[in-house]
Design a protein around this ligand. Structure first.
Ligand SMILES: Cc1ncc(COP(=O)(O)O)c(C=O)c1O
Length: 375
């Protein structure tokens, strides 16, 4: 048996081919003497906005800030309700709570792991019936695992009920719908993370907010820098220091032109898994098209622990994204004990991520297929 470990991801391999360009770009920033909100951030913001097909991009410090500040820029605040999925590691829920708003958890579609439009419609009906004061103000859509959520249906529901859409695109850089629109261009405002393992990742932390509305963009720009309208003049409450720095922007400028090729390779690996893995004990996600950038290749099994052990014995790393749904996290105590989300809860005990990164060799992909098919 080939005993070489197949990692779940390898950032070392990812940056190896870019080493010289990245070092050169760091040198350029150092030589410029301008380290915060300089020409590299401005250039990256322009290029990333164009890539996403939107008018504005605001670089921030990480994806968590991007989410929270996007919600705040959209006017989400105390007492507002925001629809959110409960299967995305608390990122969205934390951001909603940080705004003082209330998450309204909605179940996801089996296999797809993104918000179920019918379930969203149902909560709008329930909350309208309740006449409980503040209605649902926004839908926070996470394009989980790299797969675009059902945006045609979700946009229709949001329009019907006068709710905003905030997209969390941290796992879906470049995912494209049939009409050519990319993740981040469907809703009112969207957030991205450039954490190193993302499809577009920096050499450290980074994030961005994108939108078409100039007013939302201006608010996001103010919020990422203390709430300043001008120097030492605080126009907005809720601001902080969350600037994307020049070095990370320079790194991202090197990487962005390669994103489509990386995504294509991820998709190729996902397709090979879909076509090659044959096991009665492993459910495969639906086959991928351009609307999926295969950030993670997530299978499901009732025998997950045994599958992990089997893969490990074959030298293959795996991971669980994610084991505890948001409404069952210990930090909430029993606050959401009444919430029941059958698909989300079932998935939490069954999902398993297989290695899927652009630098995987064909031989490694074959070994994963072979090991899974023998389970
Ligand atoms: C879906 C999602 N949202 C938000 C985040 C937060 O991004 P960051 O780690 O850059 O704060 C992440 C990843 O880490 C994520 O996967």
């Amino acid at each position: 048996m080939n005993s070489q470990l197949i990692p779940i991801n390898s950032l070392q391999r990812h940056v190896a081919a870019l080493q010289d360009a990245l070092v050169q770009a760091v040198g350029d920033v150092i030589a410029s003497g301008h380290f915060v909100l300089g020409s590299h951030v401005a250039a990256f913001e322009a290029e990333f906005a164009a890539y996403c097909g939107v008018d504005h991009c605001v670089g921030v410090a990480n994806g968590t800030d991007a989410l929270e500040l996007a919600l705040k820029a959209a006017g989400i605040g105390a007492g507002d309700k925001v629809v959110v999925a409960a299967n995305a590691a608390m990122y969205g829920t934390t951001a909603v709570l940080a705004c003082g708003a209330e998450p309204v958890f909605v179940d996801v579609l089996p296999g797809e792991a993104t918000l179920d439009p019918k379930a969203i419609e149902a909560v709008f009906q329930n909350h309208a019936d309740e006449r409980s004061g503040a209605g649902i103000k926004a839908i926070l859509v996470t394009h989980l695992y790299g797969r675009l959520a059902r945006m045609t249906d979700i946009c229709h529901i949001a329009r019907t009920h006068g709710a905003m859409i905030v997209e969390d695109c941290a796992q879906a850089h470049g995912a494209r719908a049939g009409d050519g629109r990319r993740a981040g261009a469907f809703g009112d405002i969207a957030s991205f993370s450039f954490y190193p393992t993302k499809n577009l990742g920096a050499i450290g932390d980074g994030g961005a907010i994108v939108c078409n509305d100039p007013v939302l963009a201006m608010r996001a720009r103010q919020l990422r820098q203390y709430g300043w309208g001008g120097k030492y003049e605080n126009a907005l409450m809720g601001g902080r220091n969350s600037r994307l720095d020049e070095i990370q922007a320079a790194m991202l400028l090197v990487m962005l032109p390669r994103l489509d090729a990386w995504n294509a390779r991820r998709r190729q690996i996902a397709r090979r898994y879909f076509e090659g893995i044959r096991s009665d004990s492993i459910e495969l996600p639906p086959v991928v098209g351009e609307g999926d950038v295969a950030h993670l290749y997530v299978v499901r099994s009732d025998r997950r622990t045994a599958l992990r052990e089997h893969l490990s014995a074959h030298g293959i790393q795996s991971d669980v994204h994610y084991p505890v749904p948001d409404h069952r996290q210990p930090c909430h105590a029993l606050r959401y004990a009444h919430v029941v989300l059958p698909t989300t809860e079932r998935d939490a005990g069954r999902v398993l991520s297989l290695p899927c990164f652009p630098e995987m060799t064909d031989d490694e992909v074959s070994r994963v297929i072979d090991a899974c098919s023998r389970f």
